[in-house]
Design a protein around this ligand. Structure first.
Ligand SMILES: [Zn+2]
Length: 405
């Protein structure tokens, strides 16, 4: 059992309670102290104390409001004060670095994206720190009070220690990203896998908002998933991921870069889909794809226009992914399944293939009520990093650091 989850520790209780109160004000504000006390199941004296500290730290503010059903004098309610604190949200994705300065409402104040090539002469860690430093220098006047930095990236990451063990496209081995940036800037640094953070972003700001049990699958140049079970992101800390991309689908299939054969990624990634479509073009002379360059966009458009080759290829991805999802449905019994993919451009082909396979292969009692939907964010950008910050405020972890000043 981890120390942080041991009940009875007084600092831990204070942290949890502060997080609960902050979350309730975010969700229901303006809200009175009495209503807060009822919803948080905390004594009015405790609410008064927590709220006073948050008012002093410019994390909440008072406002007059009319309570529902009341015709009397306006009551004093609490809402979040999100303007006083800023944080930096960072995403490394497809060889580009995006830096976004946001306030605590998650609103973007400044955003810059630039290519970040793998350079032999300079280690990636040095490049990253230089870019963050330069960003802060350029926007010094907008930097109110920096609370934290959150970074999302693909690869093999230990979210608890902030170490990036491997990063696709870069010569990286055990890069201590979290600690180095924290020492440099003096603020807490959160590091998380891109897909896990996107899953959290959809649950806090997007298509699975408020849902307790969610599977989010991402079909891109890699295939991965994030799971929310009982309202909590699975494998939130540590090195583990929901590694569905490297589950064997076809024992006689192609060799995968992980060393195994016939992984889901070898039949369902966008790269493998394009390779399959190119191969089939040779035997299907009537396809409209002969008249244009073969890209994901042209393939999805052709599928929407009824081209047989394009429809079959995309439906094939849907069936493969559906088989994997059917197993996951039987384990997690989700309310929502979200798909984040450039193939959502051909959702009318992809989604029925996925859902019919789930219905055929999962327990009917579990599969019949599932809602399959696209992710709200087609391209999440640094919203994944924003979700890490919101999650750290809701858990109380980051909040307590801000209250301590
Ligand atoms: Zn593999």
């Amino acid at each position: 059992m981890k120390l942080e989850s041991q009940p009875g520790h007084i600092d831990q209780i204070k942290q949890t309670n502060a997080g609960v109160v902050y979350r309730l004000i975010d969700l229901y504000g303006p809200i009175s102290r009495i209503e807060l006390s009822r919803l948080a199941q905390l004594a009015p004296a405790s609410i008064t104390k927590i709220v006073r500290e948050m008012l002093d730290a410019h994390l909440v503010q008072e406002t007059e409001f009319q309570e529902p059903g009341s015709r009397g004098r306006p009551a004093i309610g609490l809402i979040l004060d999100t303007l006083a604190w800023h944080y930096l949200a960072v995403r490394l994705h497809h060889g580009a670095l995006t830096l976004t300065l946001r306030d605590l409402s998650s609103r973007a104040l400044v955003e810059e994206t630039s290519p970040l090539p793998d350079e032999a002469q300079q280690p990636l860690l040095t490049s990253l720190i230089d870019r963050v430093d330069a960003f802060f220098m350029r926007h010094q006047r907008k930097l109110e009070r920096l609370t934290a930095i959150a970074i999302t990236l693909p690869g093999l990451i230990n979210a608890a220690s902030g170490v990036v063990h491997r990063l696709p496209g870069y010569q990286v081995q055990d890069m201590p990203l979290g600690d180095t940036l924290a020492q440099r800037t003096g603020v807490p640094v959160f590091v998380q896998h891109d897909i896990s953070a996107w899953t959290l972003a959809e649950s806090l700001f997007g298509a699975s908002r408020g849902a307790q049990d969610v599977i989010q699958i991402v079909i891109d140049d890699t295939v991965g998933a994030g799971v929310i079970s009982g309202g909590q992101l699975l494998h939130k800390s540590g090195r583990a991921l929901v590694e569905i991309g490297h589950t064997q689908i076809d024992p006689y299939g192609q060799q995968c870069y992980c060393g195994n054969h016939g992984c889901l990624e070898t039949v369902a990634s966008t790269g493998s889909l394009l390779a399959l479509a190119a191969q089939r073009l040779a035997t299907q002379p009537d396809s409209v794809l002969h008249q244009q360059p073969l890209t994901l966009e042209s393939l999805c458009l052709a599928a929407r226009q009824g081209d047989r080759l394009a429809r079959d290829a995309i439906a094939g991805v849907g069936h493969h992914v559906g088989r994997m999802l059917a197993m996951m449905v039987n384990i997690f019994n989700p309310q929502h399944i979200l798909i984040g993919s450039p193939l959502n451009q051909a959702a009318e082909v992809l989604f029925p293939a996925v859902s019919s396979t789930i219905r055929q292969q999962a327990l009917p009692a579990y599969s019949e009520s599932i809602q399959l939907a696209p992710t709200e964010f087609h391209e999440p950008g640094t919203l994944g990093a924003a979700a890490l910050i919101k999650d750290a405020l809701y858990s109380g972890y980051l909040l307590v650091k801000l209250l301590q000043g």
